[in-house]
Design a protein around this ligand. Structure first.
Ligand code: HEC
Ligand code: HEC
Length: 350
């Protein structure tokens, strides 16, 4: 008897989900990834590398430990109100989930805080690529008047030198240098720590071996197909699903008409002064994207499904359905890193 009820409800479900428009019945057919599709996906994307080395800043354990201390230390802000972790909270996927972030004085910046997880692997840092790597990036916010707001490099060094333990750690982290407590080395240490913030996702396990093709649900598999069909792979590909090129935001229209952005941020043009770079932004990584709302360089869009639809329209000139946006969002959920709890804990100066 019980069995019959189940059969009937399965049939009823199949009938209802096949009725309606053509698009609905398409998704009812959604199937898990085939081996053929796995092959295509593994040629298009890539497993997260285990390391992100920088030959100019070789890692050692003390440098990484020092970098983590500095990352969490409010001494690096003028009034002592903020640290890197305030805007890039390691416990919330390396972001603060705010549209834009308040700095040391409470004043807000104009851009949304991107995640620091896996960031070291990108070809450049910041939305407009104005820092070449995480080492160079890290020393930017400390002197930025609406971020850490320190007046000058010497003020940072003076503060760190007051802490005997820091002097010891700098010496050990940079053993060949006579005076290792330098502003540059603050960036090197924080950068070294950031180079360890690489955490793979279920999609990496999926890609790693053909026998893992079953690891995506039918909906996620359909999302992977929809992602390819909507042309997202043109820009968000490789092992970071982005982070490897600049592109114009708004290839098929002004972005602010769809995002509602108040400011018409010109992106990379602000850095180079070139007209050709107007509205160019770094294609962001989509790793952890389901956790890093709100979206776009100014945090103008709250929901990922909406950001996905806007992307399809502005970048590929496609009107995708709610269902396709929902499938793509489900697929993007497989890119969430598994983050060990200990990495998110604030360290204590020894
Ligand atoms: C007040 C908030 C705030 C603080 C504090 C802050 N950041 Fe940021 N961070 C941002 C914003 C906003 C951006 C994007 C700015 C842009 O692209 O113009 C950013 C960008 C970055 C990026 C680039 C990521 C990418 O995908 O391009 C990294 C890495 C980073 N910050 C690390 C740090 C580190 C390390 C510190 C501490 C020294 C720090 N941040 C302090 C808000 C903050
Ligand atoms: C022609 C290149 C291009 C294509 C195609 C493209 N994107 Fe983007 N994508 C970008 C750029 C550039 C940005 C950064 C825009 C900004 O905020 O300034 C971006 C931003 C995003 C964001 C916001 C991420 C964040 O952290 O805020 C998401 C989500 C996204 N894209 C998903 C997609 C999806 C899904 C597709 C396919 C429907 C797609 N993109 C197609 C270039 C592209």
């Amino acid at each position: 008897m019980k069995k019959a009820v189940i059969y009937i409800s399965v049939i009823a479900f199949a009938l209802t989900s096949c009725s309606g428009d053509g698009k609905k019945s398409e998704s009812a057919k959604a199937e898990k990834v085939t081996k053929e599709e796995w092959k295509v996906a593994s040629s298009m994307f890539g497993v997260l590398p285990k390391t992100a080395p920088n030959p100019e800043n070789p890692l050692n354990d003390t440098k990484i430990e020092l970098g983590k201390l500095l990352y969490f230390d409010t001494r690096l802000s003028n009034e002592g109100n903020i640290s890197c972790n305030s805007c890039h909270d390691l416990a919330t996927f390396g972001v603060d989930n705010k549209t834009t972030s308040p700095g040391d004085t409470g004043e807000f910046g104009e851009r949304n805080s991107p995640t620091v997880y896996n960031a070291a692997l990108q070809f450049t840092q910041f939305w407009d690529g104005r820092a070449k790597d995480v080492e160079e990036q890290a020393i930017g916010p400390i002197l930025n008047p609406i971020e850490h707001a320190m007046p000058h490099e010497k003020a940072v060094i003076d503060r760190l030198q007051e802490v005997a333990e820091y002097a010891k750690l700098f010496k050990k982290a940079f053993p060949d240098q006579k005076n290792p407590v330098t502003y540059q080395n603050v960036g090197n240490a924080i950068g070294a720590f950031e180079r360890t913030l690489l955490f793979p996702s279920r999609f990496d396990r999926f890609l790693a071996q053909e026998s893992n093709a079953y690891l995506l649900s039918a909906k996620e598999a359909q999302g992977l197909r929809d992602y390819q069909e909507a042309g997202c792979v043109t820009c968000h590909s490789g092992n970071m699903f982005g982070g490897n090129m600049y592109q114009k935001f708004g290839l098929y229209g002004d972005y602010w008409n769809l995002t509602g952005s108040k400011k018409h941020d010109e992106g990379r043009k602000d850095v180079t002064g070139k007209e050709a770079d107007k509205y160019l932004f770094k294609v962001p990584t989509l790793r952890n994207v389901t956790k890093t709302a709100p979206y776009f360089h100014d945090g103008s869009v709250a929901k990922l499904e909406d950001a996905v639809k806007i992307m399809a329209k502005l970048q590929s000139n496609k009107d995708i359905t709610d269902e396709q946006a929902s499938n793509i969002t489900a697929f993007l959920g497989t890119l969430t890193s598994k983050i060990p709890a200990e990495i998110t804990k604030a360290p204590v100066l020894p």
